[in-house]
Design a protein around this ligand. Structure first.
Ligand code: KIV
Length: 313
């Protein structure tokens, strides 16, 4: 596949996936770039077409997909099908899988085992894990195995109980520790580092000190890239962090559409049934089954029986 190194990361059009080399080249050029989370094939496909170079299947799925209060309960088995859907729905974006809480902390070997699952079973192109010095050996182990690793420092949500809540990290002298952590991740071979919920001047200092790009979320404007949970930026989340600019009101659009459907009540429902009936009546059943669903012969037969029972045939 041709490299995209000479193209802008945001909006480049050459075929082939964005790679770690393209991301490194963007830092050298001083190009800033956007990253979004994604959890399913359809929305991931839209972000891919829009030119978002990196999509993260975050353990934030715990909040926005599974409805938990924290990311702690999320498992590898929860995230593998979501990651596979995002990979299948995209052509250009690099897809990064988040290693969930409990899947990597025990040892570098555990981190390797978890990452291998994401790469083999879901087709992920890279993984992300939380922590600094504490996980430097884990990062080395993954990098030695040929797995690109994104680090994550600051308000790391898997440590929410240790922090006593979702609180800004790296204030005062703690900033120096975070700078060391960032350098340790870079030395271990991480290709980028997410900086979440830290003071903007500290994020700027870390960004200037690293050769690899920093990706900010609630860390001020000076990081090399910015990441947002897509439901926050599209106005779907009921509550979103103050720093997350809303670019749309998806909740409003869906609420209006659902309310319109509900308010037309039985009239709308009978319209849907009529449309389905006329669609089947105008075509031979075999055409309908194959052009609408791409069914096999046995599946066609079972659908035909169901439609017959409903009185459409
Ligand atoms: O899980 C997630 O979505 C994340 C990003 C917010 C960085 O870790």
């Amino acid at each position: 596949m041709p490299s995209q190194e000479s193209e802008p990361l945001y909006g480049g059009r050459r075929p082939g996936r964005v790679t770690v080399r393209d991301i490194a080249a963007a830092k050298t050029r001083g190009e800033k770039w956007p990253m979004l989370t994604a959890y399913d094939a359809l929305t991931a496909g839209i972000f891919d077409e829009a030119g978002i170079p990196v999509l993260l299947v975050g353990d934030s799925a715990g909040n926005v997909v599974f409805g938990y209060d924290t990311t702690i309960p999320v498992t590898i088995d929860d995230l593998i099908p979501l990651t596979a859907g995002v990979v299948r729905g995209t052509k250009r974006s690099m897809v990064v899988a988040d290693l969930p809480f409990g899947s990597y902390q025990a040892s570098p070997a555990a981190a390797l085992q978890a990452s291998v699952r994401f790469m083999k079973e879901a087709g992920a192109h890279a993984v992300k894990l939380e922590g600094g010095m504490r996980v430097a050996h884990h990062v080395e182990e993954l990098v030695a195995a040929g797995i690109p690793v994104m680090g994550h420092l600051g308000l790391t949500p898997q440590s929410v109980y240790a922090f006593g809540g979702f609180r800004v990290q790296g204030r005062g002298e703690d900033g120096q520790r975070l700078l060391h952590d960032a350098k340790a991740l870079e030395a271990a071979g991480a290709f980028s580092v997410v900086l979440e919920g830290i003071p903007a001047p500290l994020a700027a200092k870390i960004t200037a000190s690293l050769r690899v790009p920093t990706i900010g979320i609630g860390a001020g404007p000076d990081c090399d890239a910015q990441v947002l949970v897509w439901q926050d930026m599209a106005g779907l989340s009921a509550r979103s962090p103050k720093f997350a600019k809303r670019y749309a009101d998806l909740a409003g659009v869906l609420r209006t559409a659902a309310a319109e459907l509900a308010s037309t009540g039985s009239e709308a429902r009978s319209h849907i049934h009529e449309a389905a009936a006329s669609y089947t009546a105008e075509r031979k059943f075999e055409d309908v089954a194959s052009d609408a669903y791409g069914y096999s012969e046995e599946e066609e037969e079972s659908v035909r029986l169901k439609l017959e029972a409903l009185g459409y045939l």
